[in-house]
Ligand binder design. Sequence first.
Ligand code: 3PG
Length: 307
Amino acid sequence: MTKILVATDKPFAAIAVKGIREVVEGAGMKLVLLEKYTEKEQLLEAVKEVDAIIIRSDIISKEVLDAAKQLKIVVRAGAGYDNVDLEAATAHNVVVMNTPGQNSNAVAELVFGMLVYGSRGFFNGASGTELKGKKLGILAYGNVGRNVARIAGGFDMELYAYDAYTPKTVIENDGVKAVSSTEELFKTCQIVSLHIPATAETKGSINFELMNSMPKGAMVVNTARKEVMDEAGLTKMFEERPDFKYISDIKPTIDAELAAKYPDRYYATPKKMGAQTAEANINAGIAAARQIVDFIQNGNEQFRVNK
Ligand code: 3PG
């Protein structure tokens, strides 16, 4: 019997697991659950006899792939797949997919929770600022970026975006001004929301020079990946720009230091929670299960991300 493992260090909502189970068992396959595991060894043991794995930010390294002798497919229930060793997967003849768009509204909604929290001084009771009329820069206009633009319309913000891979016309059709570079976006916008993946190209790319070019009252919101930040540049920005705020859904390595020194200008969620809604869990989890069933039964590779 085909076995599908759900390996989630940060579990899906129970209702999403129920939906995943229905899809898996409805296709005559078996669901195996490994939730809230704390040791890599638990994952190495669990993958031994499974044909497919559904993960979130869980690490699928070469070591995990080596241990998973029957594995045919890994589906990252979500957008970013920097947690999967794609090269090793290809070498093991394992298909890797993501579920694009399924959790993006949840992440975009959190951006606005963070924006309001930041512009109201982390709810410290002092007079803050409004979002209305502010220039919001959206860095990367993918599924999350597009949802951010949609919601920002309700706040009456002035919208700008830069995306190296999306034609300007697509961005401008949404009433968003498409700028020509990341530099132009930071120079123009007082608030920037990051939606770039962590790749060799983007890692450490949000540096001091970029952030320091932002207008007064600068605020950067990161619901993407911690790796895209140049942490030395972030420290310098806090030191040199007393107006600067940074709010993140992923703790930087220097979290404790920033939290101690800049409690009025820095905030990070205790645990990454952009995609932690019942709706996003249901959408991404069930999409992952369906993609696996469709791949195993019909060979459909539509959402494959490795070559
Ligand atoms: C994603 O890439 O889909 C988001 O960062 C959500 O990640 P998570 O599933 O680990 O919450």
